[in-house]
Design a protein. Sequence first.
Length: 194
Amino acid sequence: MVRNFLKIIIITSLLLLTSCERLIESSTILAGNQKFKSGDYQGSIIDYLTGLDSQTNRDYFYYNLGNVYSSLGESPSAFAVWNMANGDSNSSLKFSLLYNKGYLEFQEGNYELAYNHFKQALLLMPSSIKAKINLELSLNKMSAATYNQAPDSVKNSGDIGATDETKRILEYVRQKEAMTWGLNYQEEELENDW
């Protein structure tokens, strides 16, 4: 009985200390996210547009609204809304913005722009495997496009320009990661061996 009373006092005091505006913003984001996940894109757009009046979470509302437009196949609208989101105050949000822009650019066939977005995203979060994979895919598409547009004399010589340097760096990173993963696996194997 006393424990329940203490829980109620603690919860009530926490609610009183937080502003009602933040609770409303958080509930609007959660409601919009839930509608987006369930496929109610119009409902999520309404929630996100309602939340744009917010001063503290405006970037999150822009980010989520851009995701809805991207899912609907409205690329120009998605880019326009994502560009309104600053994201400078939150590196995780900035990474997500850059990653999503890169992904959409890749889908549109703009491989160089996608490469640049993934590269900037990796500068913020170098451990992202998804961004590394997409960076490499963008690079491969750029190399293939450069190779296909090159004159036959260049194709026969095998010289496709500056992308060889980047490929060599990516191959080096891939080998280093494989060595690290191999060492971790061998250590686990030895520990479990006895």
